[in-house]
Design a binder for this molecule. Structure first.
Ligand code: AMP
Ligand code: MG
Length: 405
């Protein structure tokens, strides 16, 4: 064992340092089919009005309101996609279907439920007012309106809007390509029976899910042994074609912890120890080609908490997201949150609605090996270092992972 030479950096400062060194990936133009979940690289602006024409909102009859009501001769039809041609003569009506173009000359639509119909006539009630039952051009949006702001994710409504105004492709940021590697001689593939002293590599699957949720394209590199040369070969090989490397394990100060020296030899290590619990040995480096390397600690909770604090915001920054952090909500502590003397602690909590409040309760033992403390957690409560802690009943902003049902 050796003492770490890395300075202990405050958790918030470390998170800022990572973001400051994280590049935004270039934009590419993709067809809508490939856009779900991507982030708009520019404001998306409507090139046309919607609707483009006066469109009936109902099935009924298009008339001139000046004709008043009574019996009108039906001279034709305007169905969706098959407009009535020419101008509607005075004293007549045209059958109109939902989505049909309001014929020239007509200024209102009478619902079919309100009329009496014959083969070529219709009786409409007296006192019809202009402007009923159709959408005017530009009612829904105007040319020049911003449909999606730059930095915002493209979801169902945004993609529907883009298509509606005729945009088949959109400028979006590239997704980060991430190589994921577990390190440790003790690790075996999931499904294999661990031998004496061995454990299953679970971080790979936990981090794969976390990376995908954060929008990354992931390459699984498997397990690297605790030997400098094979580890180095795997990493060097992986850097080609990836924007970031995420490893788990091998960053503490044991003699088998090889990730820090390897990253030092390949690039520049900016963080090697953070005042964070769990996750003190978190390591961050920049590598040639603008690549990032995140060395996460091996303990399952430590790897996921450091992912949340450092990696997820960085991946969102790379994708051009305007908001890189998760939302926070004020919660009332339903337990006394003891603090660590010198580290910011991220405690895992469940949330329940009680009265008008969200009440946070600990998920139980917060041991860095106990992944159950994170499974089903709704939020993270950030407990500042010192000997104060947070009193039960106090209201704090919690980082929301998932809202309770
Ligand atoms: P390390 O940071 O390499 O010293 O790892 C610390 C501890 O985390 C190990 O002793 C294991 O118990 C656990 N660990 C490391 N890697 C993994 C992994 N891929 N999956 C599950 N647990 C792991
Ligand atoms: Mg290890």
């Amino acid at each position: 064992m050796r003492a770490s030479t890395y300075p202990l950096v405050d958790a918030a400062e470390a998170a800022e340092l990572v973001l400051a060194r994280t590049p935004v990936l270039p934009a590419e133009t993709l067809h809508l089919a490939d856009c779900p979940g991507r982030v708009a690289a520019e404001d998306v602006v409507a090139p046309v009005d919607l609707p483009a024409f006066a469109a009936s909102a109902v099935d009924g009859y298009a008339i001139r309101s000046a004709d008043g009501g009574g019996r009108l001769h039906v001279v034709g039809e305007s169905a969706a996609g098959r407009p009535f041609t020419g101008e509607l003569p005075a004293g007549t009506a045209a059958r109109i279907l939902t989505g049909g173009v309001l014929p020239a000359g007509a200024d209102t639509v009478v619902m079919v439920e309100d009329v009496e119909q014959g083969p070529d006539w219709v009786v409409v009630p007296e006192g019809q007012q202009a402007g009923r039952n159709f959408h005017r051009p530009g009612d829904d949006l105007r040319r020049g309106d911003v449909l999606v702001r730059r930095g915002h994710a493209l979801g169902a409504a945004e993609l529907g809007l883009a298509a509606a105004v005729g945009l088949a492709t959109l400028p979006v940021h590239r997704r980060p390509r991430v190589a994921l590697m577990s390190t440790g001689d003790e690790l075996v593939e999931v499904g294999r029976t661990p031998g004496p002293g061995q454990i299953t590599d679970s971080n790979r699957w936990a981090l794969l899910a976390a990376l995908r949720e954060a929008g990354a394209e992931v390459t699984l590199l498997g397990v690297a042994p605790d030997q400098p040369e094979p580890l180095r070969a795997l990493v060097v090989d992986a850097l080609e074609g990836h924007d970031a490397l995420v490893t788990s394990g091998g960053v503490s100060v044991g003699t088998h912890d090889l990730v820090k020296p390897l990253l030092e030899s390949l690039g520049e290590v900016h963080l090697g120890r953070v005042r964070l619990r769990p996750g003190k040995p978190f390591t961050f480096a920049t590598l040639p080609g603008g690549r990032l390397a995140f060395g996460l600690p091996g303990f399952p909770v430590s790897s996921l908490v450091t992912f949340e604090v450092f990696v997820r915001p960085a991946l969102r920054r790379m994708q051009g997201c305007a908001a890189v952090q998760r939302p926070t909500l004020p919660v009332r502590l339903g337990y006394e949150a003891r603090s660590s003397v010198d580290r910011t602690e991220y405690q895992r909590v469940t949330l329940t609605r009680e009265g008008g409040d969200l009440v946070a309760r600990s998920t139980g033992s917060q041991s860095s090996s106990r992944l159950l403390s994170l499974a089903g957690a709704h939020a993270l409560v950030r407990v500042p270092p010192g000997d104060g802690g947070l009193a039960a009943g106090s209201v704090v902003d919690a980082i929301v992972l998932a809202l309770p049902d």
